[in-house]
Ligand binder design. Sequence first.
Ligand code: GLN
Length: 196
Amino acid sequence: MTAMRIGILALQGAFAEHAAMLERLGAAHFEIRQQRDLEQEFDGLILPGGESTVMSKLLRELGLFVPLRARIAAGLPVLGTCAGLILLAKEVDGGTPCFGTMEIRVRRNAYGRQLGSFFTHGALRGVGTVPMTFIRAPQIESVSGGAEALAEVNGAIVAARQGNQLVTAFHPELDGDLRVHSLFLAAAEQYAAVSA
Ligand code: GLN
């Protein structure tokens, strides 16, 4: 197997939960907190849930925005969950885009601040029925160009992919189901093999 490492953006939010999932899957990982951390090699990036406005601001202040955006635009596999999804969206309803590398339009706090937290099961294309925990979640209002919807809940798109970018409005790191992370790791493994 190719040596593969995953960087987890660890400025704020639910990064530790993602690390625990990678641990269970036996994937090497490290936290990205500052520019120096980017000197290490990595074949995949996780953008966790949290507060997208705060992460966006910190990414710029810490000088991480430009190098990470370049890596993502060049095809680095990325898993963006909840706030991480918002960071990748090209259009943010009522907000400012961050990386803007994914042709999706999202609405922050789409379920309202109080009602935004709920649990359900839903079909994720290519994976099957998965548990879905939503916490003040965004919705994907539309996908265009190279982006495709992978899951819908109550008529709203809650997961999508575009090339190596995979996003969920829900939190796959919270329910103990490893399949979303496995899907992401498969892309990272392929990426590591090609760039080795
Ligand atoms: N509401 C948050 C935002 O807009 C996302 C919530 C989450 O990541 N759990 O950034």
